[in-house]
Design a protein around this ligand. Structure first.
Ligand SMILES: C[S@@+](CC[C@H](N)C(=O)[O-])C[C@H]1O[C@@H](n2cnc3c(N)ncnc32)[C@H](O)[C@@H]1O
Length: 330
């Protein structure tokens, strides 16, 4: 178990930066407990600078949005809106679009009163297999009693960027399966029946259970055994050993690549990068989903190297801890 992280806390800013008055800007909502990581990733230091300001766990910048793995949600089109009363705040939001989610940092009571005047937005847990919502969900926060910041467009269609699922506490041997459910829901693609999946670092078997339940053929590798119920699934083969010992040139060929490589191995991200490079260079696999697990220090350099792999995405899932998930689909 990882200890709950205590996040950075800066004093709340009082002065509205001038650039907020002169057009749209970007807001990044830090993944819970990872404001330091987000600021480092964005190349920003401290609570405010010439083109940025931090409000709680929100980082606003004058620059256009860029991909940020440590942002749970990015406000792509943030703007400052006069909100001298609760009614006027609600009207300004409703005039823009129907669906809004508040991210209160200050003035929680006033935020709740504005929310009461807005159409209801459901945040119910979804059943795995349902598609991600397609309706735009805007995000807003009160800056003070006279102004709010709102963005009608965000990177995530979920409240605060946090999808929730109706959990299966019976079948899955660990809660790690939620990371795969979330990944497949966000990207809208999952292994098809009969596709070959390698699951490296698979024990006790949450990911293997998800993949085998989808009808994929799973070759599962871990130094530790699988939960016997998962190992007994019809389309699962398990090998006791290291995921680093599997030679891509022997496991597959460019003509007959593995369909998916999954890694949730507890290992240094740098070592995982070397492994993934070998698989990419050999043209031995089409799709990848890998967890980068950081130790006490976040290895930003390796995270950047993963993010730089053409066509890939690096993101913090709601179900990630001090981790990022790297996804490459082809
Ligand atoms: C977080 S657990 C994986 C949970 C799994 N995805 C699930 O859904 O149940 C990390 C696993 O990585 C495994 N591991 C660490 N180093 C490994 C290696 N070199 N090769 C294979 N597995 C490794 C550990 O034994 C451990 O079972």
């Amino acid at each position: 178990m990882q200890a709950e992280r205590v996040d950075l806390q800066f004093p709340l800013p009082t002065e509205l930066p001038g650039w907020m008055h002169s057009g749209t800007f970007t807001g990044y909502q830090a993944a819970s407990g990872f404001l330091r990581e987000l600021l480092d990733e964005l190349g920003l230091s401290g609570a405010s600078g010439p083109g940025h300001v931090v409000l709680g766990d929100l980082v606003f910048t004058v620059n256009r949005a860029k991909p940020a793995g440590w942002a749970q949600n990015t406000w792509l089109d943030a703007r400052l809106i006069p909100a001298p009363s609760i009614g006027q705040a609600a009207k300004a939001l409703k005039d823009m679009q129907r669906n809004w989610w508040v991210h209160p940092v200050r003035l929680a009571r006033r935020s709740a009163l504005v929310t009461e005047k807005l159409p209801k937005v459901s945040a119910r847990p979804q059943v795995f297999g349902e598609p991600a919502p397609t309706a735009p969900l805007g995000a807003w926060t009160l800056w003070n009693e006279g102004w709010l910041i709102a963005s009608p467009a965000c990177t995530s269609p979920y409240p605060d960027g946090l999808p929730q699922f109706v959990e299966d506490r019976e079948s899955a041997p660990s809660r790690a399966y939620l990371k795969l459910w979330e990944t497949f829901t966000l990207v809208g693609v999952a292994p098809k029946p009969g596709e070959l999946c390698l699951d490296l670092g698979s024990s006790p078997g949450g990911w293997t259970w998800v993949l085998a339940s989808l009808g994929a053929r799973v070759f599962s590798v871990d130094k530790a055994p699988l939960d016997p119920r998962i190992g007994a699934m019809r389309n699962v083969d398990h090998c006791l050993g290291s995921g680093f010992g599997l030679d891509p040139a022997i496991a597959a060929t460019p003509e007959k690549p593995v369909d998916w490589l999954f890694s949730d191995m507890a290992c240094y991200p740098e070592r995982l990068l070397t492994l993934i490079q070998r698989w990419l260079d050999a043209g031995a696999c089409r799709n990848f989903v890998c967890t980068l697990k950081f130790q006490a220090e976040t290895d930003h350099e390796t995270a950047r190297a993963f993010a730089a792999i053409s066509g890939s995405r690096l993101l913090h899932l709601a179900h990630n801890k001090h981790e990022l998930t790297w996804i490459l689909l082809r």
